[in-house]
Design a protein around this ligand. Structure first.
Ligand SMILES: Cc1ncc(COP(=O)(O)O)c(C=O)c1O
Length: 377
């Protein structure tokens, strides 16, 4: 089935996104040994291409099978020792989960929890950095539950000035491939992501990039001690085994990474900004309210919108689906029933001829009208 299949409802949620036909075809690669010459070259090249996505020359990519959540386990088990302090910047649901993961491995979490739709301020971060020595600070670049975008460049700069030993860790699950991330230039120590969002590959790959590791490891599958020799071997175009890699997913990743890096990344970021503006302008024209406190802190790969009263999820989501578009409900625990989310990442943005976003907006407008919402329609 291709993403243009007639019976397919467009998946316009903030991940998984719509996948390119060539990526889906790569998923159907016939069974191939993970130490065959063909696969070794595909895996090795994918590791190299990942560096380009986050502008790093020296970072070590890790490509491991698992969803984004495995990225948190990798961070917590490889970087955090029991009782070490970690500062978690919380701009929504995913800050709560990252904290819970770090605590699972014995880390002591201090959170700066922003009000819903907001992000921790530089002043708050600066104040708290004065109180103790943090092993690491984690930032959810885009919290997918609120659509709030954090300024990782500014935060990294502040941390490097005030607490240079603190590792800057970015959860880029909803931002890598959409938002600009310059790992080396901005001094980011680790950026983690997952395959199913802007990298445009079916779910199942945690992709980890790091340049520094000191702590003993408290996991087996997630241990970089086990994975580093594997990454080094494949990059040197040699096969090596620790645990079987997801061969077909890596073929798909390779296809997507080649597509993404075939145009300057700056162009890709601009396309996402432009399409995000189109969606957000339309939402505002319709008189609907967005979750992020202001447009300058709103993500470019998704839009979170409050239902106009008296409409609810049970009204709007099935109605939009009946118009062949799938959008997502709310996720932030405190207000989950009050808003919906539209994803605009990957080919839906970079290949405008597909008209995914026009179709989404049109389905939204028709659905609102059918449900009796007439303001500004
Ligand atoms: C910002 C962020 N971090 C982490 C995750 C967890 O990733 P996964 O659901 O792939 O395990 C998600 C999932 O949507 C996310 O949006």
């Amino acid at each position: 089935m291709s993403s243009t299949n007639q019976t397919h409802k467009l998946c316009m949620i903030p991940g998984p996104v719509e996948f390119h036909e060539d990526v889906l075809a790569a998923m159907s690669t016939l069974s191939t040994s993970h130490v065959s010459a063909d696969f070794i070259s595909i895996f090795g090249e994918s590791i190299e291409l990942l560096r380009k996505i986050v502008f790093t020359a020296k970072g070590q990519p890790f490509v491991v099978s698992g969803s984004g959540t495995l990225g948190w386990d990798m961070v917590a088990s490889n970087l955090v020792e029991p009782n070490e302090d970690v500062l978690v910047l919380n701009s929504g649901y995913f800050g709560d989960s990252f904290s819970a993961c770090i605590e699972t491995y014995g880390g002591k979490v201090t959170q700066i929890k922003a009000p819903i739709g907001d992000k921790p301020s530089l002043q708050e971060i600066s104040e708290i950095l004065k109180t103790k020595s943090f092993k690491a600070i984690t930032i959810t670049h885009v919290d997918t539950s609120t659509g709030v975008l954090s300024d990782i460049k500014e935060i990294a700069q502040l941390v490097k000035e005030q607490s240079p030993k603190t590792l800057v860790i970015v959860d880029g699950v909803c931002s890598v491939g959409v938002e600009e991330i310059r790992m080396d230039e901005w001094g980011l120590d680790l950026v983690m992501t997952a395959s199913q969002k802007a990298l445009g590959v079916p779910p199942g790959l945690t992709i980890e990039t790091f340049k520094q590791r000191k702590a003993p490891v408290t996991s087996y599958f997630a241990s970089w001690n086990n994975w580093l020799p594997i990454m080094n071997a494949y990059e040197a175009r040699k096969g090596m085994y620790f645990a079987t890699p997801p061969v077909q997913l890596i073929y798909a990743l390779n296809t997507s990474l080649k597509q993404i890096t075939s145009v300057p990344l700056e162009k890709r970021f601009e396309q996402h900004k432009k399409m995000s503006k189109y969606v957000k302008d339309t939402i505002e024209e319709l008189g609907l309210k967005m979750l992020p406190k202001s447009r300058d802190m709103a993500a470019n790969g998704m839009t979170a919108v409050y239902y106009p009263a008296p409409l609810t999820a049970a009204d709007l989501l099935p109605k939009v689906a009946s118009n062949n578009i799938v959008i997502a409900g709310g996720l932030h625990k405190a207000i989950a029933s009050q808003y919906f989310r539209i994803g605009h990442m990957g080919i839906s943005v970079t290949e405008p001829d597909r008209k995914h976003l026009e179709e989404t907006i049109s389905a939204l407008k028709v659905s609102l009208k059918d449900l009796g919402y007439t303001a500004n329609l």
